[in-house]
Design a protein around this ligand. Sequence first.
Ligand SMILES: Cc1ncc(COP(=O)(O)O)c(C=O)c1O
Length: 486
Amino acid sequence: MNKSVFSGKNSVLDYLNPDKNEYIPLVEIPRVLNPFYNDKVRIYTKLMNTLPLTNVKSLPALNMLFSSKDLGELDQVNTLIENSSGNTVLSLAVIGKLLGIDHTKAIVSNEVSRGKLNLLRLFGVEVIVNKEAICPDPKDKTSGIYKSKILASKHKDWFNPGQYTNENNPKAHEKWTGPQIWDQTEGEISIFCAGVGTTGTIQGTSKFLKSKSNSITTVGVSRIPNNPVPGVRTKNLLEEIPFIWKQYVDELVEIGTKESFKSSLDLCRFGLVVGPSSGFAFEGLLKFLKKQNNLDKFRNKNGEIIAVFISCDSPIPYVDEYFEYLGESEFPKIENEYLLPKNSKSEISTFNTDSKYEISVRKAYNMIFKSNPNIVWSQVLSDKLVEINKNIKILDIRKKNDFLHYHIPGSLNIEYEDLEDNISKYVDILKSNKIIVVCNYGISSQSASKMLRDNNIESYSVSGGMSEWSRDDLPRWKPDICNLYQ
Ligand SMILES: Cc1ncc(COP(=O)(O)O)c(C=O)c1O
């Protein structure tokens, strides 16, 4: 029996190396979470959160660095540089250190949260902030992906692994993830599903599985525009990926923020401690299964269907995001909360809503605009003035930067804190209108609209916020590349 003891001068590198370890666990999800259980669909998840570095990207990081080391490319290197704000660069920093490379620098988007930056710093990553969208275009010369490459070429002792073009990224999954899943399912897998970011996971795993059986169906999951999920891209952002990946993905389905985070909560509470992009892949698989008229083509000789999705990492780095995107209703109440020090964030989120003033994005749309969304979209895209109903004001309480990215045509931006601090001034300005308040995910808009109602202004909160508005593809201004496609 392998007792999982690692010793000697390479003890930790051995501990990180899948070749020297037991398989990464493949666990069937609990029946209560599987709506297809009675159809004999057995859903398993490959738990990349159980890897020593707790994430899927540690496999490409290992493979990229081990291969470069074998080629002698790291002999003079003292600094790694990569465009990544999460798992890849964190993994590179640790593996780099173990290989004698003292510094790892991350070029990150200025839109990344402080919490995420501090997580990188906790692992010793040196952060360089770059003004760019979170999922940049690799070919864009202002992108961190491009800048990392250029910076590495200018310093003889720097090295850029380059996860968007480095074949050792997908090859890690061709070498480890695919063969393990094939073996663990005893060749019975018929559906494989993974979220897509750099496309490394889906490419490498699918390539191996399809080489074993061409009847395996592979499902990629992309995110709905303006619906953040860590590590994965929208369909449009995937078009920018230099890898040739489409041949490895039989079907691409889209999933949004809320269902990803909610689904990962369910998995966590049943003992599978996985993060939002795992809920995302799980929901993508369920969406794919629901779309099938007949599941029989996927059945094995026992009449079962074996489906596997990848769980990429753990929920721990994203704790604040769960509360931001899902609101308080998904979480147990805190008793005696009044004893805690006051903090305006918790005041926003613990507020009790009045459903009468909660409106869907469609209802909000119909209150705001006279014409249908196609007409308004065409006015927006041709830079024409868009008419909104006279007695309505749309109040967007997001941060100015978010507002500048995209917003509902005709809306007014007053940040939440500004509204709260200067409520009497704004009440004077807004008082003769019906106010529709919108935020990112429909949480703080509830409290802002209550604040206005307390000041005798008829005010509604848009349920699900701009994220839901984008999911329905309702008109957004200014829809330039970043805004529309994020
Ligand atoms: C946290 C995380 N990182 C990255 C990815 C994307 O993987 P890849 O870059 O291999 O496409 C995912 C996919 O779901 C993910 O969840």
